[in-house]
Design a protein around this ligand. Structure first.
Ligand SMILES: Cc1cc2nc3c(=O)[nH]c(=O)nc-3n(C[C@H](O)[C@H](O)[C@H](O)COP(=O)(O)O)c2cc1C
Length: 195
């Protein structure tokens, strides 16, 4: 069933989805920077902006190295994408006027918001952005030289959408936008009460 626009929400939220069929095209640095620019404007606790992004584009020497972080299932479809981004978060920060670092406890939460902004901007740019957690985070940490104090959060597979025929039959069957729980299952007024 096609996603429905309900409660007057802007269609950008229902039209964005996570594709797996990509067309093997390349992406310019400027196109990618537009996505990071959107991420830059996400809200964060203390405005600490704990997100960091390390990327590789198809056609560059790093591309295969980044693909190798992915578990085989994700690599199977992501290899036709145009860019791979590793999202990491800084666990502590030094508040303005202080000298000692503190932990807000929200570095992952904040980085998730930034990644969501990135994904929405990708959609606006006519691209697909598919967030994945199925990758070897320790391999990414070692290979990319990510120091202690930074958490590896997710990988984001970005590309131009292609015909689902490029996928295996089982993935092709799943290449449609999925559904969501109804509002009453996630929102309650006044007390903990969900359907
Ligand atoms: C943190 C996170 C990790 C995910 N990991 C994977 C993954 O490893 N492989 C995959 O195919 N999809 C992955 N997804 C995509 C989700 O399955 C997808 O976002 C969800 O089904 C909602 O669909 P939509 O993004 O198309 O609206 C992940 C999404 C998030 C936010």
């Amino acid at each position: 069933m096609a996603r429905q626009v309900e409660n007057g929400v802007n269609p950008i939220f229902t039209e964005r989805w996570s594709p797996r069929a990509f067309d093997e095209s390349t992406l310019s640095e400027a196109e990618l920077n537009r996505l990071f620019e959107a991420a830059r404007w996400a809200p964060s606790a203390y405005n600490a902006q704990p997100w960091r992004f390390i990327h590789a584009r198809r056609g560059t020497p790093q591309w295969e190295t980044f693909l190798d972080f992915l578990i085989p299932y994700n690599r199977g479809w992501a290899q036709r994408a145009s860019a791979l981004v590793i999202a990491i978060s800084q666990e502590q920060f030094v508040p303005p006027g202080k000298t000692d670092p503190i932990s807000t406890g929200t570095h992952s939460y904040d980085t998730g918001a930034a990644v969501a902004y990135l994904a929405l901007q990708a959609h606006l740019a006519g691209l697909g952005a598919h967030i994945v957690t199925g990758f070897d985070k320790e391999k990414a940490r070692t290979t990319l030289g990510v120091p202690a104090g930074y958490q590896i959060e997710s990988a984001i597979v970005i590309g131009k959408k292609a015909d689902p025929d490029v996928l295996s039959d089982d993935l092709k069957a799943r290449e449609v936008p999925n559904e969501r729980k109804p509002l009453a299952s996630i929102v309650a007024e006044g007390k903990f009460s969900f359907q």
